[in-house]
Write a protein that binds this ligand. Sequence first.
Ligand SMILES: CC(C)(COP(=O)(O)OP(=O)(O)OC[C@H]1O[C@@H](n2cnc3c(N)ncnc32)[C@H](O)[C@@H]1OP(=O)(O)O)[C@@H](O)C(=O)NCCC(=O)NCCS
Length: 181
Amino acid sequence: MRVELRQARPDDAQAIACIEVETWHTTYAGMLADRALLAMSPHRQAHMWSAALRLSPGDIWVAEDQQDGLLGFGYCGPQRDRSLPFDGEIYMLYVLPDAQGMGIGRALLQRLFARLAECRLRSALIWVLRVNPSRFFYERLGGKLACQRQIPFGGEAVPALGYGWVDLVAVPLPPRKSSAR
Ligand SMILES: CC(C)(COP(=O)(O)OP(=O)(O)OC[C@H]1O[C@@H](n2cnc3c(N)ncnc32)[C@H](O)[C@@H]1OP(=O)(O)O)[C@@H](O)C(=O)NCCC(=O)NCCS
């Protein structure tokens, strides 16, 4: 498998939406309300991604395999909650289940951090649902638990944890320990 990172293009909207919906289904089945998960629609999400790709193309990056197509994507930008002491935010980071544990998430996160730094945003926060074991991925990559809040999903308030990196420029990500998880 030869995976390359590149900036997303307008014609990636549908594939990005499919990755988003598939990873939500596999990650949160049994953790979040089934009805709300099943209501997620790749078609609707594709509209949202088309708009995001028009507005901020440089903030969305994809991991692509020549044979299998897109395997993951990440989306970053300025911090949405100005009361938090972080300039930048990772809005989303998703890798397809079959492609997880191969270093793609790390490579995408590194690219998003570089993008934030290029935009003079020197620190970053990412929100992750408390029930999501992916929070250990962020801990592994040096994120420090910085804040907590409730995120609305499917009519429920779901606890979420905010992981922060205070200096994207001076502090590199911890090196890899393994070639696969
Ligand atoms: C979380 C996610 C983006 C990580 O991407 P990935 O490609 O699977 O992770 P990588 O292979 O790059 O792993 C990087 C390091 O984190 C570690 N890691 C990854 N997932 C982990 C987990 N769940 N628990 C503990 N460590 C983990 C790996 O072992 C690796 O360590 P190493 O560098 O020492 O070898 C991906 O698994 C995913 O999309 N999950 C489902 C969706 C999701 O929860 N997204 C986050 C929403 S906030």
